[in-house]
Design a protein around this ligand. Sequence first.
Ligand code: URA
Length: 230
Amino acid sequence: MRVDRFLSNLPRFNRKQVRLLLVERRVAVDGVAVSDPHHEVREFSRVSVDDEVLQAGKPARYFMLHKPRGCVSATSDPQHPTVLDLLDEPDKGDLHIAGRLDFNTTGLMLITNDGQWSRRLTQPQTKLPKVYLVETEQAIGPEYATTFAEGIYFAFEDLTTHPAELELLGPRTARLSIIEGRYHQVKRMFGHFDNKVIGLHRERMGSLVLDATLAPGQYRALTDDEIRQV
Ligand code: URA
């Protein structure tokens, strides 16, 4: 939210007072005086006027987890362990998953309390490539790459998938890069050829690569550099 709107939403300031406070540089966001009314205030920002703190802010948190098989990409589940159960962190209720994976899919999972950051990561407009290692039941034919590059019609959503890149690694293994995240997208793309996906692992989301030192079920905080890459 813009800082001028944030301040005038408080019962104590009207719009004119807010304009003055900003011009007089009495407002600070994260310790830096601001005069631009458009300056962005987030739930993580610390906002003060003179030396009085109006919003304490809270730390933004970002984790990468190596999702193991057999756990649900949800914050709670009555039957199965969830990815959040794997995190030993306080206030887990604030956290959410940026880009879900199926029950038996493994690999890179990003978890955060920053909704703006996770939206950037997952919305199709960002065109962020998600890269998967795929193992199939039947051989992968040479025609798959052309069809995936052209897009596949999904009748349920009445849409054609964006061009996807397929790199054959072996007779039944491939690396697939897609920019959307439709429901069961990879399985449905191979399903077009009646070829069942029997192993699926996400290696990368944009420039964020699963840390090879993380065993399935392990996680770590993202570095500042990784957070900025999104
Ligand atoms: N596509 C799928 O079919 N499953 C996943 O878990 C991720 C992408």
